[in-house]
Design a protein. Sequence first.
Length: 395
Amino acid sequence: MSRLHPAVASRPCRPFLTCRVTRVAITGAAALALAACGALQPPAGAGSGTAVTSASAPRSGARAAVAPPSFFADIAAGPLGGRGVLQVRDSATGQLVAQDQRVQATGLAALADGRTFVVAEPAGNSCATRLYRLRLNDRGQPGRPSRLQVPELHGELWSLAASGNGRVLGYAVSGCSKGDRGYIGVLHLPSGRTTHWGDVNLGGVSQGNVALNGAVSLSANGRLLAFPAFGLSASSRIIEQAVRLLPTNAPPGAVARRSRIAWSRPYPPYRPLLVAATLSPGGGTLYTCATLRQPGHAVRLSAYRSTTGRLRRTLATLAVTGSPLAGSGYCPIALDGAGRQMLVPYAIRYSRNPGAGAELSIAEVAISTGQTAVLKVSLPGTGGMEPATGMSIAW
């Protein structure tokens, strides 16, 4: 899950998800040609409210698109400590395949095989988190969760990530009450050995000079952890937006000292505003989501070199119909295990009827070709209570 520093945005509320889906695909070359002519419009036959999508043209010699994993898992994006039911969806259509009421999760991470997931659940009513593993069968039905034989994580979970084989888990945890210490950590399996790095500001609950601004991610080998963060002054004023890299074998200490800045921009200006970042399986690329202009009418997905912070290329520019999730500090990026595809919930369209359901836009991007598709997932009405804001996805 992704949360902004409180100086930027409030936390998102929890949605409840259903399964009407409209799928629109636009090749990178066609999108660029239409954009150049000023004629980029929703494709013919698309449903009302279909998001306009553009993507960069395929690179010379790029590989053909590879089919993504058959299913992705999601949980509702809720407030800190909120629980969401585990759901499984068909990657090609977004249709709901399974809903496991046994799993009331606060965190979710996928292993590289696309079928095995690590989920986090609160330990009863205590301020602690337990970790479980489950696997999907060939029909996308989740098996019974099996608890990992590792110590509970003390505190409220903000983010969870897994290495390709699941032997290293990364996480961000805040204290149990305002002022309590928060940290970013890694857990090694099966030994249960942990390392924590402190002085992390998590939504103002836990104080520090580095404020987490999104989700943590791990390289496939588990040796490198990445996270977007704001640099803070002594008075907790935001002075920088950045992506930091932290070797998982670094000794315990302050996050600012043990990590390095791989990408940074001044703050202000506020646009483009970095909202999310994730590390490629190989560790050589950082993928980012940023809003382009106030009030966030477009969202840009980009790829940067993790060694230098230099732009590799723009993957897609997503025109927003409705409200940008990124404008609320929520634009999570989920990569498949091979790092060839990504899913990004990026916009939500609300009905004029406050009791009616909203429509969520999820971009599916083939990284090597620039081809982008948009899944339109309908969210049921909530009677005006807790309007839907999106979902967290693991692929």
